[in-house]
Design a binder for this molecule. Sequence first.
Ligand code: SAH
Ligand code: SF4
Ligand code: F3S
Length: 478
Amino acid sequence: MTAPSTRRETATKKSLFIKTYGCQMNVYDSDRMAELLAPSGYETVATADGADMIILNTCHIREKATEKVFSELGRMRVLKDEALDNGRHVLIAVAGCVAQAEGQEILDRAPYVDMVFGPQTYHRLPEMVAKASNGERSKRRGARLIDTDFPVESKFDHLPQETTAATSVFLTIQEGCDKFCSFCVVPYTRGAEVSRPATAILDEALRLVRGGAMEITLLGQNVNAYHGDGPDGREWSLGRLIRALAEIDGLERIRYTTSHPRDMDDDLIAAHGEVPQLMPFLHLPVQSGSDRILEAMNRKHDVATYLKLIDRLRAARPDLALSSDFIVGHPGESDADFAETLNLVSRVGFAQAYSFKYSPRPGTPAAAHEQLPEAVRSERLQSLQQLLGAQQRAFNVASIGQTQEVLVERAGQRPGQLLGRGPYMQSVHFEGPDRLFGTIAKVHITEGLGNSLAGRIITAEDASSTTQASYIREEVTR
Ligand code: SAH
Ligand code: SF4
Ligand code: F3S
């Protein structure tokens, strides 16, 4: 399929509303869908009311996430029916991981949905929309399309090449997963692990930086398992790729997520100490602090290995801030197992973390086991979140008095307030002029809150990107 790029000027204007659920890879995908539909005249809008097309880009990771989609679809149906009464056709599409996992069920449960397609087929969207629109003209309910293939061709080879970018952007470099943790749907919804070639990534990164991006977060369900073809004919690891990306003039910050403890190799650990653009923050999910449960989860690493890894990372980059994911109440988790999770948290000290109640997912091995009572799961989640919340607050309070470089991304809630992120992923808000958007400002931190920091600007760097790069390097290199 080729993108009908010449139609952009002539196509009739239509509005597109995309609602994104789930992980950052869905955020990346939603942006690509918007770009794919732009040549057909679709302009993205901030609300579903009055939109000509609505895409729900869905997440299947927990039951709650999936249920949200069906309740949202109910609301979309009302909008569609109201529009139809006024002679206007609204196309409704369900994309993402629920579409992949429950495509047929969506069509059965929600007959007003026009299109269902998975995360690996959205590059066919313009064709699907054209077909669905034709169907709409001939039938009241329209043609109903489902595309949940894992196609041979890669969607990445069929995506438009945008020329403008936000200050901080995502770049998917790897997709899918071969690890099959007992609880997880990702290997089923995203498919097998695939790495994009390094050249394609470097090209996309260069385009993003030329288009205005200063920070790139490399994405993958197992981003550090990255092993793409390099331009030198060799297989590149994530460490190698990061070192090449760091050569791009104007790319001030590099981050990556989500990593698996098993795939942190020596070169990647070393990169944390050697590449100044690689920010001192790492999201490294551990899920549990009990070896017994880690084994039941099929994580294939134990607590000692995780702790040793943290030591090595901190040796490479002493100020590295850590984040993690935890699941409480996995089948078989005893009070003693849970106590070990609390123990691990106390030993590591996280700057922030996500924690979830185990949610049985159809078709995954853990779902077939005896489940813990809901009350136990809730109680454990509450005590874990208390501990993690206290650690996050302590980390934020410890930032008071520091001078942080803040990448200014957007306006804050109050007039004159700016919002950005410091090196350790903390949100920082401070008063400042709009001209600081898209620059790195030096901010003196005055307040450490539960989820963010407040500060006062010291100096503003609004010089050329080269100046900013050297400024940053000087600041973060120890
Ligand atoms: N690839 C990442 C995780 C991706 S899913 C990794 O290996 O860690 C994001 C997070 O959702 C997981 O880390 C896990 O904590 C949570 N999660 C996944 N499946 C879940 C389930 N069935 N119930 C509750 N939480 C789950
Ligand atoms: Fe899911 Fe495990 Fe793969 Fe992460 S590593 S995506 S938790 S199966
Ligand atoms: Fe959800 Fe799919 Fe991401 S299940 S977490 S949207 S990979």
